[in-house]
Design a protein around this ligand. Structure first.
Ligand code: HEC
Length: 148
């Protein structure tokens, strides 16, 4: 093969590789998006079964401190705001491990839930509910379930 033909072949091959890498990262971005936003909204105030369950779990285990609908209280932060910047993995880490803030004489404690199966087994659901709230896709109060 002549040298010119050879370099063309290499050029061509690297274009194909670049194209493949492009598709890969688009797929990766879509996967990341689905991971960070696991909820499905199927109508005004209508959510998938998991997100609905998250609403119920949140109001059983978290709302006493974080307020109804995730809106915060004088004691604990507004999670609708928190999830605008917080990633799903960081959320999971704080809920499992808890957190304590004793700075400036203020004492606030986020309990660790790693031993509470009714929370840990449904962490995705609770996150999903709060993320839908945080994204402005779900209003206050009890949502409805998507028709199955
Ligand atoms: C006993 C009160 C209490 C309960 C119950 C509670 N939290 Fe918290 N949570 C707090 C406090 C206080 C903080 C702030 C801790 C700090 O200052 O770092 C916090 C912080 C957090 C944070 C970090 C927010 C941020 O912006 O950094 C997340 C996420 C969180 N809680 C989720 C939950 C979830 C989900 C539940 C229910 C499963 C829950 N919490 C139940 C008191 C509570």
């Amino acid at each position: 093969m002549r040298p010119v033909g050879g370099s063309r072949l290499i050029l061509c091959a690297s274009f194909l590789l670049l194209a493949a890498a492009g598709t890969g990262s688009a797929q990766q971005a879509a996967d990341d998006e689905a991971y960070e936003r696991p909820y499905t909204i199927c109508g005004p105030n209508q959510v998938d079964r998991g997100t609905y369950n998250g609403y119920r779990r949140y109001h059983a285990f978290c709302h006493v401190c974080h307020g109804p609908d995730g809106l915060g209280s004088s004691y604990a932060p507004n999670l609708v705001e928190s999830l605008k910047v917080m990633k799903r993995d960081d959320f999971a880490q704080v809920v499992a491990g808890g957190r304590q803030n004793i700075a400036a004489g203020k004492e606030s404690v986020m309990p660790a839930f790693y031993e509470v199966a009714d929370v840990m087994n449904y962490l995705e659901d609770i996150y999903s509910y709060l993320k839908a709230r945080s994204d402005g896709k779900l209003g206050r109060g009890r949502p409805e379930r998507c028709p199955s």
